[in-house]
Design a protein around this ligand. Sequence first.
Ligand code: NAD
Length: 231
Amino acid sequence: MDIANIVILTGAGISAESGIATFRGPDGLWNGHRVEDVCNPEALARDPALVHHFYDARRAALDEVEPNPAHLALARLDAAWPGELLIVTQNVDDLHERAGARRMLHMHGELRSALCAACGVRERWTAPLPPGTPCHACGQPMLRPDIVFFGEMPYAMERIDEAIARADLFVSIGTSGAVYPAAGFVRTARHHGAATLEMNLEPSAASFFFAETRTGAAGTLVPAWVDQMLG
Ligand code: NAD
């Protein structure tokens, strides 16, 4: 099959070798917290200090990490690929863009961004974000981490769906296949006739739906795949 258009979905596993913890560690916790305690709108309403502090710590930790060979390889593919290409990341870190990727979007938000819950304006944010911080646009003390919590609508779904419908190849890297709607993208891609490839440390909840699964570390598998694509 001739491949012109590619959609690449990435998850927490692609950043693991950079030193960012994946979603559920062996203890079932995410950086010491139950996911339900820090990643939903009810938690934000009930205990804003806890949720803001959690994301402040994740944001500050970005200063300590660097893109790994998997991020760098995808940036190389992005720069060289003549067809359509879109990297859809579920990650809220900024390692894809720091590696140099341009054709990408964050479907679950970004740590280095703040969102006004009152007026919807976003601003780049690199410092701690205490609850009650006023929005520069509307003045309401409603700035929150620009993170898509459970139960909220992921960003850019229309653009993602359109790209998947046009894709000849759908690739998933370092994602557990357990968080929807991203976990359903492979089925949409297949429905539209795309080839499908998964690269993950171990078979995932979605492996069954991929035509090919390569198991191993993203930092090894992804550069080899990009060499193959650009070969
Ligand atoms: P997940 O933590 O549920 O799953 C990560 C997957 O990556 C697992 O299947 C694991 O086997 C695999 N993996 C671990 N190390 C790997 C490696 N070196 N190479 C290849 N694969 C590896 O992550 P998810 O599926 O992305 O879902 C988690 C949600 O949590 C997402 O919505 C994301 O927004 C958020 N999250 C983001 C970050 C981040 O921004 N870096 C970190 C943790 C969680």
